[in-house]
Design a binder for this molecule. Structure first.
Ligand SMILES: NS(=O)(=O)N=C1NCCCN1
Ligand SMILES: [Zn+2]
Length: 260
């Protein structure tokens, strides 16, 4: 069984062969068109709340198509579009081979250089990520755009400074200094768009309530270069770049905004 990826022979256009839900009606990502979003005051009456905890010895790994941090501590979110409490499972990123591309969601057709995903599962209803992953209300993913600035992102720097230690597939390390993922969130988490979608990688389950923040976080060009130096396999293998799925049609879905 050919493994899925982002190349010509195994990329997003081929995934439907092994994962028919790729042709479903609530697929992600989408192009976010702010003027088409409906401002929903219910989202502000019940503000999104984040209660993340410091992660001692956070595990950072290279699974081959991204870089991922696995979370063990009790870091939870609730409110906004969510019913119940969702627990942070992991976070990872998608990025481009150049700054002109890399994000999965787009904003009025514009791609950002990268996009950070913090993946949570509905811990009120389900006992694990694995149980929640294929349920319509199973997951909630924060989508955070990355934009280039002349200053590095301090929260990401603890990770980008050690990416060389997970350069090759299946490498993993523990971040010595305790790490609170709250440092990755934009300053203003009250301005976001939300819609019902899916995982953007196989198995593409239509189980995600997406929450995409309007405010990007700012990273340096050197930090982008560090992501682009990660390898898909062992020494000498191709760099991990352009690991993004292009947008799918919104179709009959409602895109809601927490702000005007
Ligand atoms: N890019 S995404 O939508 O978060 N996709 C995921 N796939 C599998 C596990 C977690 N996330
Ligand atoms: Zn992702």
């Amino acid at each position: 069984m050919a493994t899925w990826g982002y190349g010509n022979d195994n990329g997003p256009a081929t995934w439907v062969k092994s994962f028919p839900v790729a042709a479903g009606t609530r697929q992600s990502p989408i192009d976010i068109v702010p003027t088409a979003a409906k401002c929903d005051t219910k989202l502000t009456e019940n503000p999104l709340t984040v209660n993340y905890s410091p992660e001692p010895a956070m595990e950072l790994c290279n699974p081959g198509l991204s870089v991922k941090a696995n979370i063990k501590s009790k870091s939870v979110i609730k409110g906004g579009p969510l019913e119940g409490e969702y627990k942070l499972e992991q976070f990872h990123l998608h990025w481009g081979s150049a700054d002109k591309q890399g994000s999965e969601h787009t904003l009025n057709g514009k791609m950002f250089p990268a996009e950070l995903h913090l993946v949570h599962y509905n811990a009120t209803k389900y006992s694990s990520f694995g149980e929640a992953v294929d349920k319509p209300d199973g997951l909630a993913v924060f989508g955070i755009f990355l934009k280039i600035s002349d200053k590095p992102h301090q929260g990401l720097k603890s990770l980008t400074d050690v990416l060389s230690e997970v350069q090759y597939k299946d490498k993993s390390i523990n971040i010595k200094q305790e790490y609170n993922p709250v440092c990755l969130l934009p300053d203003n988490i009250n301005k976001y768009w939300t819609y019902l979608g899916s995982l953007t990688t196989p198995p593409l389950c239509e189980s995600v309530t997406w929450i995409v923040f309007e405010e990007p976080i700012e990273v340096s060009e050197d930090q982008m270069k560090a992501f682009r130096a990660l390898c898909c396999g062992e020494c000498g293998s191709a760099p991990i770049v352009d690991n993004y799925r292009p947008p799918l049609p919104l179709g009959n879905r409602q895109l809601r905004a927490s702000f005007q």
